[in-house]
Design a protein around this ligand. Structure first.
Ligand SMILES: Nc1ncnc2c1ncn2[C@@H]1O[C@H](COP(=O)(O)OP(=O)(O)OP(=O)(O)O)[C@@H](O)[C@H]1O
Ligand SMILES: [Mg+2]
Length: 199
């Protein structure tokens, strides 16, 4: 669904890979609603759409960022026919060339349940990361989309739960994620302190 955090997580994931010295490129494959362009201020940059119609070469659309090892390919001007472009042989050419130059390629896509593009791209990817956001994603839509993926034969799928609020004060909170450990949260103040108000 829109707003679940696909662009946010894709960019953060790319930044983490780049930080760990993997040469990483993030591609704005949401050509209909270019969220990545907006976040990185790339609205006027040439990108995927111009590459697909042969107006520019690959080198013209790979841009550096403020972070070492992190590169970005913006989506470019909004085209009338993104699915058609993605189904063209140019996509294979693009991925072949990029996989020679980069360790990690991350695609920011439109929502899975809305258009065909993510399914087309999933077939060409090593892994599909399917996002759900706490208190936001509709359970039934999540279930139906996972079922749809299965029907489409896409099995290389992982689920990323975004924006999880971990409740404070859970009984065993001091063991989870190092939460409170070392901060004296309940520890050293006697058990039960602050732990039992929410179960
Ligand atoms: N874990 C998070 N913590 C805080 N803010 C978040 C988190 N995840 C997403 N957001 C914010 O939520 C908003 C929507 O996120 P984002 O644009 O990444 O969604 P999207 O799934 O790419 O949506 P669309 O399908 O419309 O492109 C943004 O303002 C983003 O900064
Ligand atoms: Mg987005």
């Amino acid at each position: 669904m829109p707003g679940e955090g696909k662009t946010f997580c894709a960019l953060n994931l790319a930044a983490v890979f780049a930080y760990s010295e993997k040469k990483t490129v993030i591609i704005g494959f949401d050509m209909r609603k270019p969220g990545l362009n907006k976040v990185l201020n790339l609205n006027d940059y040439e990108g995927l759409s111009q590459y697909y119609i042969g107006k520019v070469q690959l080198d013209d659309i790979i841009h550096t960022t403020e972070q070492d090892n992190l590169f970005v390919i913006p989506s470019g001007a909004i085209p009338p026919n993104p699915s058609e472009l993605i189904s063209s042989p140019k996509t294979n050419e693009l991925f072949e060339e990029l996989s020679k130059r980069f360790d990690v390629i991350i695609l920011d896509t439109p929502p899975m349940g809305v258009v065909a593009d993510p399914v087309l791209l999933a077939r060409k990817s090593d892994t599909l990361i399917f996002l759900a956001r706490q208190n936001y994603t509709i359970r039934e839509a999540f279930y139906q989309t996972l079922k749809h993926l299965e029907t489409e034969g896409i099995t290389n799928t992982g689920v990323l739960f975004n924006d999880i609020q971990i409740k404070k004060g859970r009984k065993n909170a001091k063991y989870g994620y190092g939460y409170g450990y070392g901060y004296g949260y309940g520890y050293g103040y006697g058990y039960g302190h602050g732990y039992y108000e929410e179960q």
